[in-house]
Write a protein that binds this ligand. Structure first.
Ligand SMILES: Cc1cc2nc3c(=O)[nH]c(=O)nc-3n(C[C@H](O)[C@H](O)[C@H](O)COP(=O)(O)O)c2cc1C
Length: 189
């Protein structure tokens, strides 16, 4: 069984989403014997933005490696800070490489069809403010839409909100998020 662990925070050791994503991965590693974990840090090793040159094949090897990592993963754990009400551009750049027509989705006469179903996605979400169910949230609905569009239905959010309100808020939000980590499910290898 393969788990792809993605981080995108620019805040290094101070990052809440990194702390949460690491805790989620540790829980899976403790539960699933032989779990293969690949860690991808989009902050220290960002992907190039998708441009016309990319579409012409300028970074074809990197694009193919990124797509294959996603396609081969059974479980994705994604550290997703809120930046300017959405996700970091580094994470968006990764999404632009995994949403590929004919590979992870396609259009049919009946509309779009996701081709990447069967995976579990767990998002470790950190926000300075509080945005749940608010019109200011372009992060979680965006991520839910992207992975749903690709055919993934098993999507979970582990969320720490209001972490910029006060040090106590931050401590409490992290503790609540850690306590909300869903139990890993055993899947066939
Ligand atoms: C560049 C930048 C943009 C941010 N934009 C928002 C925002 O729009 N809304 C918000 O609630 N918090 C915002 N924050 C606060 C972060 O969401 C918060 O610090 C969160 O903990 C980031 O996740 P991390 O700790 O994993 O880096 C921003 C932080 C940075 C660094």
């Amino acid at each position: 069984m393969k788990l792809l662990h993605i981080d995108s925070s620019a805040l290094g050791a101070q990052s809440v989403s990194r702390e949460l994503s690491a805790a989620i991965v540790a829980r899976w590693a403790d539960t699933v014997p032989g779990l293969e974990v690949i860690h991808r840090d989009l902050d220290s090793e960002p992907l190039p933005h998708l441009t016309g040159k990319s579409l012409a094949g300028a970074d074809a090897d990197e694009a193919a490696r990124t797509l294959a990592q996603f396609q081969q993963a059974d479980v994705l754990v994604i550290g997703a800070p809120m930046y300017n009400f959405s996700v970091p551009s580094t994470l968006k750049a990764w999404i632009d490489r995994i949403a590929v027509a004919g590979k992870t989705f396609r259009y049919t006469e009946n509309g779009p069809e996701g081709l990447a179903g069967g995976k579990t996605v767990i998002i470790a979400s950190a926000r300075g403010g509080i945005h749940s169910n608010a019109p200011t949230d372009f992060q979680e609905p965006f991520l839910r839409q992207v992975f749903g569009f690709l055919g993934i239905t098993d999507i979970h959010f582990v969320r720490a909100e209001g972490i910029a309100y006060s040090p106590q808020h931050r401590t409490d939000a992290i503790a609540a998020a850690l306590a909300s980590i869903p139990a890993p499910l055993r899947k066939a290898a």
